[in-house]
Design a protein around this ligand. Structure first.
Ligand code: GDP
Ligand code: MG
Length: 292
């Protein structure tokens, strides 16, 4: 029997719905999603397995001009996604025409099939959608153009069918029971970061990193110690809140989602530490997994 397998890399600007789409395609929540730009910092592989195919999706950070070293590392993850794709899912929204020519050029020189995914059709009119379709037809020649709503899971089946017609014949790259390349610890730290992004504003979301220090899976409840790193003492104060109210609220919200995710009761211990300006520090970025 023939078998198809390949790498499908999801790229686009911040907030177009890359992570929402990957989760919809997988039918699982792997990538965290918020209304804030730069929610996704890493390249996260999500693997869709069936008897006769294996699709390895890559969710990537949104493409931006880096302003500090952490963002430079985030953009290097995006660069890697340009080099190893079998198929590109290039995500846009109706009305969006401000893509840089350099990005479109990279897609062209990669010489791999491109699917232009026009997301968030639930927010637009038929007329605006038609304008967007003909715009992209002229902009990226030979691309399939698929309008979807990742949030409402509209037209996802159609997108999947299109991907399968373009997927090369190949044996699987990963074991068929593997869903991702990232560890359970990684996803637990991402859930905590998601809760921080939802609960705090301004510079906090862009200044935190969450590291799982201890994970005792054999205990009941499972014991998890997480350290939240911030860049300044004032940020530590904000995270803790008056009499520790803020961190308590954060802990409750994170614990609920982690328990759902791992299907066990947990005891979650959160500690806040300051590492001055870690976002610009090569050594810290390496330790946090942003650099090789
Ligand atoms: P990313 O930065 O490209 O990964 O975008 P996210 O997946 O994190 O989504 C950014 C925001 O757009 C979130 O608030 C999503 O709920 C929202 N979103 C994603 N897809 C859709 C969609 O199809 N329709 C609507 N209305 N909102 C969407
Ligand atoms: Mg994302």
């Amino acid at each position: 029997m023939s078998h198809k397998a390949g790498f499908v890399n999801i790229i686009g600007k911040p907030n177009v719905g890359k992570s929402t789409l990957m989760n919809a395609l997988l039918g699982e929540k792997l990538s965290i999603i918020t209304k804030k730009a730069q929610t996704t910092r890493h390249r996260i592989k999500g693997i869709l397995n069936d008897d006769d195919f294996q699709i390895i999706f890559s969710d990537t950070p949104g493409i931006i001009k880096p302003a500090y070293k952490l963002q430079e590392s985030m953009m290097s993850f995006v660069e890697s996604a340009f080099t190893d794709a079998d198929i590109f899912l290039f995500i846009t929204e109706p009305g969006d025409k401000t893509y840089e020519e350099s990005l479109l050029h990279k897609l062209t020189v990669a010489k791999k099939p491109v699917i232009v995914v026009i997301n968030k059709i639930d927010l637009t009119t038929q007329d605006a959608l038609e304008v967007a379709v003909s715009y992209w037809e002229n902009k990226i020649i030979h691309a399939a153009i698929i309008p979807i709503s990742a949030l409402h899971k509209a037209n996802i089946e159609m997108l999947l069918k299109t991907i399968l017609t373009l997927l090369p014949e190949s044996p699987p790259y990963f074991s068929k029971d593997q869903l991702t390349d990232k560890s359970l610890r990684f996803f637990v730290s991402e859930i905590i970061r998601e809760k921080i992004l939802c609960q705090f504003r301004k510079e906090i979301p862009y200044s935190v990193e969450v590291i799982i220090d201890r994970f005792k899976e054999e205990l009941d409840p499972v014991e998890i110690d997480a350290i939240i790193y911030v860049m300044r003492d004032t940020q530590k104060g904000i995270l803790l809140g008056h009499k520790g109210d803020a961190i308590k609220k954060l802990g409750i919200a994170a614990r609920k989602d982690i328990e759902t995710y791992i299907g066990k009761h947990i005891y979650l211990n959160l500690t806040v530490k300051v590492i001055k300006n870690w976002r610009e520090d090569d050594q810290q970025l390496k330790r946090f997994g942003y650099q090789q």
